[in-house]
Unconditional design. Sequence first.
Length: 53
Amino acid sequence: MRTAKSTAYASPVAPSQTAELDRTYETNARKAAEERIALAGARLANLLNSLLR
């Protein structure tokens, strides 16, 4: 959750404002997502390995 808060969540905006997400935001959010997906894959692999032994 720390990664998501520091990388992907935009700052709060007033109801009358529109949040604009720039290229830096997109790049950082994509990198954080890829890291989390890789971690989830490793955890799943470890779980399956332990169950199939």
